[in-house]
Design a protein around this ligand. Structure first.
Ligand code: GLN
Length: 479
């Protein structure tokens, strides 16, 4: 047998089903692998060895009903789990233990999936490189001097470094897809409303979605089957049936209409352009056709996103007051406790977002910024809806560059914000999208983004799976 930690979730689950491997053995192998490479990667905020082994033991003793029974996975550090550290990689939540399980956690536990720990991230999911983590930076397994992307950089790096087969991430403007692209993994952001946000620490509530990162689309499909669905605790979840995604992966894609907006391919490095084009040719070889489309308002998506997400963040983050959760600064009166705790507890980028958000919502500026951004958001969404009337999917690169060097963009927030240029418009429209690895440039992975209509994650996974079958396996063992 191959080393256990190199196996996909589907392979591990199969061995457990067949009685050839116990969940305890699989979990121990994963914990050992985490220990082996964590010093180099820094993908974890916390590892819950004891709890993990306990739930593995429970899985070994229970009836095997789910498709990921006994499989060890990681959660991003902003997803609450009972009695476990959940800090959003922020000093302000230092020592905060969850007091309940997020809906996704509850569902995973019911499916006997083993949760091994919390993945490192940019503080409160604000960032594109993981350099904003309040805990430690994360390294890209393909080149340790480079960033893994963000904000789910820990989740993506952990999967790419074979520390876990699957990790949940969250995506507000690209935080699952962008790190997946930079680490050569598959990252799915479901439709807004597909997966419950109950128990997810809120950043931009009208944009946040829990997503999945794995090394192949089948593992992603199996996870989505478990975590998707309506939830009374999150009124934005939709009452739309959850298909068995993993059974729909092999469907023929002959006749698939792929929309391409040529503007999205301008100004890209030649190599990234070529990798995406080659992948498109593979899909054409499977019977797909390419259709020209135009998404004219997408060019306003970065400012629109930063106005809306920061406005929502400034309100969502007001609950961290030094009294209710985590870190509390010493001060003589309650006013000063608030001010000092927030001053010392929040990092630079989080403060920047709170200031932008408070500014765009303030009276006198609201109409010029927040209201205008909401109107532009509608236009961006209309563009996508119109395009998706004549095509089945839209394909773009996931990121404009491969993984950049640590420090390269950290002093230039605008440069950093631009790394999400291809992903944020999709988030503003609430559409689902997946990033799938399509090749390497100078040893660094390149991702392609596939976007579909609302609740068509089945189609995204079907197309990415078909593509993976043609592309062949990626060799992940590096560190
Ligand atoms: N990089 C973007 C930001 O900093 C997106 C983050 C996300 O999707 N959580 O806001």
């Amino acid at each position: 047998m191959n080393k256990i930690y190199t196996l996909s979730a589907t392979e591990i689950a199969k061995l457990i089903q067949e009685g050839k491997l116990t969940s305890k053995e699989a979990t121990q192998a994963i914990l050992d692998r985490i220990d082996e490479v964590e010093d180099k990667i820094g993908a974890f905020s916390s590892v819950n060895r004891e709890n993990a082994l306990k739930s593995a033991q429970k899985a070994d003793q229970s009836e095997k009903t789910s498709s990921l029974h006994g499989v060890p996975i990681a959660l991003k550090d902003n997803i609450v789990s009972l009695d476990e550290l959940t800090t959003s990689a922020s000093k302000i939540l230092d020592g905060y233990y969850g007091t309940y399980d997020a809906t996704v956690v509850k569902k995973l536990k019911e499916a006997n999936v083993v949760l091994v720990g919390k993945a490192n991230m940019d503080e409160f999911a604000m960032g594109s490189s993981n350099e904003n983590s309040g805990i430690k930076p994360v390294s890209n397994p393909w080149d340790l001097d480079r960033v893994p992307g963000g904000s789910s950089g820990g989740s993506a790096a952990a999967v790419a470094a074979l520390q876990v087969p699957i990790a949940l991430g969250t995506d507000t403007g690209g935080s699952v897809r962008q790190p997946a692209a930079l680490t050569g993994t598959v990252g799915l952001k479901p439709t807004y409303g597909r997966v419950s946000r109950y128990g997810l620490m809120a950043f931009g509530s009208s944009l946040d979605q829990i997503g999945i990162i794995a090394r192949n689309s089948e593992d992603v499909a199996k996870t989505l089957e478990i975590i998707a669905g309506e939830d009374i605790y999150d009124p934005t979840t939709a009452d739309v049936p959850v298909p068995e995604y993993s059974k729909l992966l092999d469907k023929d894609i002959n006749g698939l209409r792929i929309g391409i907006d040529k503007k999205f391919y301008e100004g890209l490095s030649i190599e990234i352009k070529e990798s995406t084009q080659k992948a498109l040719e593979v899909l054409v070889g499977l019977g797909a056709t390419i259709v020209d489309i135009s998404l004219d308002y997408a060019k306003y998506s970065i400012p629109t996103y930063y106005i809306i997400s920061s406005a929502e963040a400034s309100s969502n983050l007001s609950r961290y007051d030094g009294v209710r959760y985590g870190y509390r600064a010493d001060a003589d009166n309650i006013e000063d406790v608030y001010v000092k705790s927030r001053t010392e507890g929040f990092g630079k980028e989080v403060k920047r977002r709170i200031m932008i958000g408070s500014y765009v919502l303030s009276s006198g500026f609201y109409d010029a910024y927040y209201k205008k951004a909401s109107q532009v958001r509608r236009l961006i969404k209309n563009d996508y809806q119109k395009a998706l009337e004549s095509v089945d999917v839209i394909i773009t690169p996931t990121t404009p560059t491969t993984a950049f060097k640590k420090g390269e963009k950290s002093n230039n927030p605008i440069e950093m914000y631009l790394s999400d240029i291809y992903t944020v418009s999709v988030s503003l429209a609430g559409l689902p999208a997946i990033s799938v690895p399509v090749g390497f440039v100078d040893g660094l992975p390149v991702g392609m983004q596939i976007i579909s209509n609302y609740f068509r994650e089945d189609l995204l996974l079907n197309v990415s799976h078909k593509y993976e079958m043609e592309r062949g396996k990626i060799e992940y063992e590096r560190v």
